[in-house]
Write a protein that binds this ligand. Structure first.
Ligand SMILES: [Zn+2]
Length: 464
């Protein structure tokens, strides 16, 4: 094939992706035969073995792993959160729950009982409760409110519901996530300063439903560690209201999650060697680990399969890369970033030069385009019109990504590119039990892989 990215080449890439695609089938295998892949778990290791064997079956120039020590936090067997409220029970009896403004409530088993189970999951990294904790609840919607209630002594001995909701008027849901996620990551250490005994965090989602979304949380070293759970958005709304209406509202929590010693794991890689400058590498991929809710289908099984499929497509259409093209599945993005950190460190140590890196970690949704470093923007102007007929011609400034970011530390010239799919449904499933294969659309996933294959070829052609 002529080493040129033109409309015929782009067509051939999309034909291969859509008529002979492998990524959807492989994602299904990953989700259904391995499932979730929390760093340090046996399942993550099983997945790595599955992935290595799968990649080897395609006879790429090489398939290999890179050892990485990863943290090992376990959820434990006990994970319970209940509330008791006479006001709520009265509302059930009077059938006056319409106020709670969410259709998800139709799914709640509504009976006036002593304790109601709350759809909740402990946040990754949380300590356990060491027995049961029972306390009253205070709901806060901003750091400012947390500080003012805390300074007034109103959080002492309480559980705190960190209840800042996604700003729904933001078009990019990742921006909404970014504006709320600090309360999940740092909220426990903020609340403990005012004497809180535990935190509940509103799930990071646009949806009002009964699925809790987990994610990483961290403690300030100098402060006491208190447990932290995510509660489903619909329940956060309910608890918010009850915390104001019912002085007798009580929450009880019991958890036995724990942190074990680090464990040996690995990044997984497959590559096609460059024909002109094989010592220069273009890396592209996603993270292989996931949270233990669901199957890590969109986050980030999709990104891993995008990268594998892009490598496969370029080989299948006979593209001869100038540089080495490397599909990378980084481990431990979710709760440590150890895989990406070790990958970049090792590249610097061995003098392996990365000219570009691309990350797909926004799910397997319909592609819109790419975020690219500003230095590479003028180059992309030449190619925009080739991607536009496929709906992937939106080129934005800014090519970061958690897993490719560390490469920049050692090499300021590496061109970073982020794959940008449609973002409207990502946070419906992100880190929740609903992030399963059934929620990935075959065509959307394939279109993403094709767009990434084209982008990799552009980088390969344009960079020296
Ligand atoms: Zn992710």
């Amino acid at each position: 094939m002529a080493a040129q990215v033109d409309s015929a080449f782009v067509r051939s890439v999309y034909d291969e992706a859509l008529l002979n695609g492998h990524c959807y089938k492989r994602l299904g295998e990953l989700c259904k035969t391995v499932g979730s892949r929390l760093s340090g778990s046996d399942n993550a290791e099983k997945g790595i073995r599955w992935g290595t064997a799968m990649l080897k079956s395609y006879r790429f120039d090489s398939v290999f792993t890179q050892p990485v020590m990863v943290p090992r936090w376990e959820r434990g067997e006990v994970e319970e959160l209940y509330f008791s409220s006479s006001v709520f029970n009265k509302k059930i009896k009077n059938q006056s729950l319409a106020n709670y403004d969410c259709e998800a409530f139709e799914e709640l088993p509504l009976k006036a009982v002593k304790q109601h189970k709350i759809p909740a999951v402990v946040l990754g990294g949380s300590v356990g409760t060491n027995g049961k904790i029972t306390a009253g609840l205070v709901s806060v919607h901003s750091d400012k409110e947390l500080d003012s209630l805390g300074k007034a002594g109103l959080l002492k001995g309480k559980m705190v519901l960190l209840n800042r909701a996604f700003p729904e008027n933001l078009i990019n849901t990742f921006a909404a996530y970014g504006s709320c996620v600090p309360q999940r990551v740092n909220g426990a250490s903020k609340a403990v300063k005012y004497g809180a005994v535990a935190v509940l965090v509103r799930s990071m989602s646009n949806r009002c439903d009964l699925h809790a979304h987990t994610g990483v949380m961290m403690y300030a070293d100098s402060l006491r560690k208190i447990p932290a759970m995510a509660v489903a958005t619909a329940v956060a709304n309910l608890l918010d209201q009850l915390s104001r209406e019912d002085a007798g509202l009580r929450i009880s929590m019991q958890l036995n999650c724990r942190t074990l010693p680090d464990r040996l794991s690995a990044n997984v890689m497959a590559q096609s060697n460059g024909t002109k400058a094989p010592e220069k590498v273009i890396a592209f991929g996603g993270h292989f680990d996931s949270w233990d809710q669901g199957e890590g289908a969109h986050d980030d099984g999709a990104g891993c399969m995008h990268a594998f499929e892009a490598l496969r497509i370029l080989k299948a259409v006979g593209y001869k890369p100038k540089h080495t093209l490397r599909c990378v599945w980084w481990i431990n993005e979710e709760n440590g970033l150890r895989g990406a950190t070790e990958y970049a460190r090792k590249a610097a140590e061995t003098g392996e030069k990365h000219i570009a890196a691309l990350e797909s970690d926004r799910g397997g949704f319909t592609p819109r385009g790419f975020g690219v470093d500003s230095a590479f923007l003028p180059v992309m102007n030449k190619y925009k019109s080739l991607l536009e007929p496929y709906g992937a011609g939106t080129i934005e400034k800014g090519g970061g990504g958690a897993d490719i970011g560390p490469l920049r530390k050692f090499n300021s010239n590496v061109v970073l590119v982020g794959f940008i799919p449609d973002s409207q449904r990502y946070f419906d499933v992100h880190h929740a039990e609903t992030d399963v294969f059934e929620n990935v659309n075959k065509r959307e996933l394939e279109l993403g892989a094709a767009a990434i294959a084209v982008m990799i070829a552009i980088l390969d052609q344009e960079l020296e």
